[in-house]
Design a protein. Structure first.
Length: 82
């Protein structure tokens, strides 16, 4: 792994302790554990990734049919703040 940006962050004691134990038990550096956690968080919460995941789910769903499904969808859209 190439060296990266050094930063100072505050982490709650319980999270620090758990991350430290995980790093030791996995034979990894603390920096490696934090970097992996941030990579996963950014991948899960970045707008592009969220959109891609939702698109994938929606692509597997057939078009809704039937008056009940359509009416429920309309009501949900009316309540949604855009």
């Amino acid at each position: 792994m190439t060296p990266g940006m050094k930063v100072a962050v505050s982490v709650p004691d319980d999270v620090f302790d758990r991350a430290d134990r995980l790093a030791r038990s996995a034979g990894r550096s603390r920096s490696d554990v934090y970097a992996a956690a941030l990579r996963e968080y950014v991948a899960r919460h970045g707008p592009e990734e969220v959109t891609e995941a939702l698109d994938l789910v929606v692509s597997g769903i057939d078009e809704p049919t039937g008056p009940f499904v359509l009416e429920v969808g309309r009501k949900a859209l009316r309540r949604t703040e855009w």
